[in-house]
Design a protein around this ligand. Structure first.
Ligand SMILES: [Zn+2]
Ligand SMILES: [Zn+2]
Length: 196
């Protein structure tokens, strides 16, 4: 299996695990500047996952590559709206950890790079920077790129996971419901957390 194994952890160290097969070819290293990612971080009191312009660094891979080793019972989920991305975090210390889609059938997870052991070589350079319109005080050279490449990466990994029977997805139960009921922010909470 290509790539390396990297440890990840919530801020307080209660929830821990291993991200398997990390490499620039097995996953996609991306950065998102959208207001929702920033709002999610602010709502959790975890602004340190954002860079100075509000960007969130994510490594996109398949759920089968994630192994929770400790504190799995602390895994919680929030959504900024009833149909928003599922944003998984550790409830012990409100650390953002993973983003998934709402469907258990799609092998997709975005892992917060800031929660992982540092290893620039394993993640590789950013292949996509998206939603720079949401960036705070963006430098002139900050521009979107690589969206198509990131989408293609997802399509390829999703197909590969199906072909190789690696579709296990611990975020969902046998009935394809999320293992914990996501908390949906109220409009007021969302507004309060959204920058600008
Ligand atoms: Zn914690
Ligand atoms: Zn975003």
């Amino acid at each position: 299996m290509a790539g390396v194994d990297l440890a990840f952890s919530c801020r307080c160290g209660t929830l821990k695990g291993v991200l398997h097969s990390v490499s620039p070819t097995t996953g996609s290293h991306v950065k998102c500047y959208c207001c929702d990612c920033q709002a999610a971080a602010h709502h959790l009191g975890a602004a340190e996952v954002l860079d100075e312009h509000g960007g969130t660094e994510i490594y996109q891979t398949i759920p089968a590559e994630i192994e929770l080793t400790e504190g799995a019972e602390k895994l919680a989920c929030m959504r900024l709206s009833p149909k928003g991305l599922m944003r998984w975090y550790a409830s012990c210390c409100n650390s953002p950890l993973f983003n998934t889609l709402a469907s258990a059938k799609l092998a997709f997870v975005g892992v917060h790079v800031r929660a992982c052991e540092k290893n620039a070589e394993a993640f590789g350079p950013l292949v996509a920077v998206v939603n720079t319109g949401g960036a705070i005080d963006p430098p002139e050279n900050l521009k979107d790129f690589g969206m198509r490449r990131a989408i293609w990466g997802f399509v390829r990994r999703n197909l590969g996971a199906k072909l190789r029977g690696r579709t296990e997805n611990f975020f969902f139960d046998a009935n394809r419901n999320p293992i914990v009921t996501p908390y949906v922010l109220t409009l007021e909470e969302r507004r309060a957390a959204t920058p600008k």
